[in-house]
Ligand binder design. Structure first.
Ligand code: NAP
Length: 214
């Protein structure tokens, strides 16, 4: 698949580094030299947000959460995302209160889906620190790390495959009406990370039938 990433920071690089062998990936940022360096560090191409949105069959929104809607505008607005799978990885979480910043009980993912009515939106990759996504093993206590995600039906198989391609086990929580639960769960992880927990601290979803890592 062609994957356009809006962002070229820690998460964009970590995920691109996992996908580079199987997919064509472009990172994007506002600072061209910085973006080029980031892309070169993981062996993918670099561009602007507009170029990444045009390039991708899948678009990963990987700016800071405060910048998501500006970045969507700079990428070309809703038309630039029409017909594409869009993955929201962002955590709208205050690092003072460790609560989500959404005060209407709905998620950032749903707000993005409303702003991009012709895109197929889902949420994934938000519940673990960047060090986890860089980890070549993705194995915890001999079990493959489970990655919860939300997606409406049209995006489900694509997002599940992208999670499998980073070496994790995809587990769909439901449609995007559940995305606020992933954002709130991330707030719990972030609180403990800020308190000094190991960066590899995760929630894992352990089921007896989960196959051991080979
Ligand atoms: N870090 C983590 O451990 C972690 C884990 C899970 C989820 N997340 C979520 O993932 C998101 C990204 O986190 P991060 O740590 O990767 O952030 P980061 O390192 O600060 O990177 C943000 C990137 O966004 C780019 N950017 C900002 N505005 C842009 C725009 N309008 N167009 C294109 N690029 C733009 C920045 O590049 P320029 O400055 O060059 O524009 C930068 O490369 C956050 O929302 C966070 O909540 C983070």
């Amino acid at each position: 698949m062609r994957i356009g990433m809006i962002g070229a920071g820690g998460m964009a690089k970590a995920l691109a580094g996992k996908w580079v062998d199987k997919h064509d990936v472009m990172l994007s940022g506002r600072n061209a030299p910085k973006t080029a360096d980031a892309a070169a560090s993981v062996g993918v191409s670099a561009g602007t947000a507009r170029e990444a949105a045009a390039f991708g069959e899948v678009i990963i929104l990987a700016t800071r959460y405060e910048d998501v809607f500006d970045a969507i505008d700079q990428a070309g607005g809703p038309d630039a995302f029409a017909g594409k799978v869009v993955v929201d990885i962002n955590n709208p979480v205050s690092v003072e209160s460790f609560l989500t910043t959404r005060d209407d009980g709905r998620s950032l993912t749903q707000a993005i889906a409303e702003a991009l009515p012709d895109a197929q939106v889902g949420k994934a990759f938000n519940m673990a620190q960047v060090a986890v996504w860089q980890d070549p093993e993705m194995s915890y206590d001999g079990r493959r790390m489970v990655t919860l995600y939300t997606a409406d039906d049209a995006a489900d198989s694509t997002i599940g495959a992208l999670i499998a391609d980073v070496g994790a086990e995809p587990l769909r929580l439901g449609g995007n009406e559940h995305a606020y639960q992933l954002e709130a769960a991330a707030a719990i992880v972030i609180k403990f990370l800020f308190a000094g927990a190991d960066p590899h601290t995760i929630f894992n979803f352990i089921r007896p039938e989960t196959k051991p890592v080979r």
